[in-house]
Design a protein around this ligand. Sequence first.
Ligand code: SF4
Length: 130
Amino acid sequence: MKNRREIIQLMPFAAAAVLAACGGKPAETTSSSPAPAPAAESTPPAPGAVDPATFPMLDEADPVAAALGYVTDSARADTVKFPNFVAGSQCVNCNLYSGVAGAEAGPCSLFPGKKVTATGWCGSYVKKIA
Ligand code: SF4
C-alpha cells in the first residue's frame, strides 16, 4: 500500500499514462475534408528535432522510475509491490512505448527524453492495443 505522499507524487504521471493510453486522438468530426495521408513507417526526425535514438537510457534509480517500479528486465518486476504485473507484460507491448520494432530500447511517453528497454516493465504498464 502506498502512502498518501507517494500517491500524490505519482498523480501527474498516472494522468499522463492515461492520456497516452487513450491515444490522444480528438473526437471524430463530420467534416467532408479528406483524411490526411498516413505517416511513413520510419520518418526521419525533422531538422532541429532530437532523434529519440540518441536519448539516454532511463536509470532504474531515477526517483520517478523507482517509484513506479521500473526494471530493465520484466522478470525482476516487484510483484509484491505491484500485484498488477501480468506475466508477458513488457515495455515492448505497452501502449506508452514507441520504440522501433526489433529495437532493444525505445522512448516511453511516461519518461520524456529517455529510452526504456524493450524487455523492461513498470507499474504504469498499459497493454498495447492490437
Ligand atoms: Fe513505459 Fe515500460 Fe512503464 Fe510502459 S511499462 S509505461 S513502456 S516504462
